[in-house]
Design a protein around this ligand. Structure first.
Ligand SMILES: [Fe+2]
Ligand SMILES: [Fe+2]
Length: 303
């Protein structure tokens, strides 16, 4: 269970090693400093405001639902990420910890982005009613439970469960699919340019986040291939709720095109993302002695 060290036995930055500048997570940190500096307050939401004012009730409701899911989703991943940072720091993984300081800052900024958008366009009513039972199961229960378990159990199994829930399903499947649909639905129409600008920035940040999750899951599974079963069990346990919450969201369209888009593609895209994540992690179980190779692969993901 919990074998976290209670005292420091030395500090890496006082040794000849300094920092491992070639560590994949250190490289991710450099990328975050370079590309993660965007500011939601700089984005102009005036066209978005006009579009929301002019939209029909059904169109407005679709946007309200999407914002209700993604705004709360970003809040959940902001509030629930700390146990991973805590675990990496307690294991003395300095480069991972340094990178994760940018990770949490970025999730906070994503939460700010949706709150700012709602305020600027005047969509300030309570949107909690759009959180269906499937949504609540994932974001109110399964995510915080998997993450907070790390405070009392830092075993590799618990880490795989937490990272699979957070990085593979919530970020890699749900957020990726949602933001893909946003771009598809609103980019061509030009109706929500502020939203699209924010989502493009957000998507770049999420690419780095998923890079961390993929790298860490592969590291863990390469050291103990039996953990691959923990990974697939966690994925399978989340799948029905993840698909369920997407279907709940697109039900309003009744299979008709809205904003020129057939929103049922969201489900297909999510399943595709699910399969991509599973294939990407499955590689690690055959390479349990090849830590260096995994580092190279992780770098390829990050690029
Ligand atoms: Fe995010
Ligand atoms: Fe993220």
């Amino acid at each position: 269970m919990n074998s976290l060290p209670k005292v420091h036995t030395g500090f890496q930055s006082s040794t000849e090693k300094l920092l491992d500048w070639n560590h994949p997570m250190y490289k991710l940190y450099e990328k975050a400093k370079k590309f993660g500096g965007w500011n939601p307050i700089d984005i102009d939401f005036s066209v978005d405001r006009q579009s929301v004012l002019n939209s029909g009730p059904k169109e407005r409701e679709l946007v309200a639902q999407l914002v209700a899911l993604f705004g709360a989703g970003e809040e959940a991943v902001t509030l629930d990420f700390l146990p991973v940072l805590y675990t990496m720091a307690n294991e003395g993984r300095l480069e991972d910890t340094i990178y994760l300081t940018t990770f949490l800052y970025e999730e906070a900024k994503h939460t700010e982005f949706f709150a700012r958008w709602r305020q600027e366009v005047g969509m300030t009513e309570d949107l909690s009613k759009y959180h269906t039972d499937n949504y609540k199961k994932v974001f109110y229960e399964m995510l915080p439970q998997a993450m907070n378990a790390l405070y009392t159990d830092n075993s590799p199994e618990a880490q795989v469960r937490a990272l699979t829930t957070y990085h593979m399903v919530v970020e890699g499947m749900l957020a990726e699919s949602g933001y893909h649909s946003f771009r598809l639905g609103f980019q061509a129409t030009g109706l929500l340019p502020g939203m699209i600008e924010g989502i493009k920035n957000l998507g770049r940040d999420e690419g780095r986040h998923i890079g961390f999750g993929t790298y860490t899951l592969r590291r863990l599974i390469s050291q103990d291939p039996k953990l691959y079963d923990v990974f697939t069990e966690t994925m399978d346990g989340l799948l029905p709720y993840a698909i369920g919450l997407i279907n709940d969201t697109i039900a309003i369209t009744e299979g008709e095109e809205m904003y020129g888009v057939d929103w049922t593609i969201m489900t297909d895209y999510a399943i595709k993302q699910y399969n991509t994540r599973e294939a990407s992690i499955s590689k690690a179980k055959d390479h349990f002695d090849a830590y260096l190779e995994i580092e190279e692969e992780a770098e390829a993901i990050i690029e």
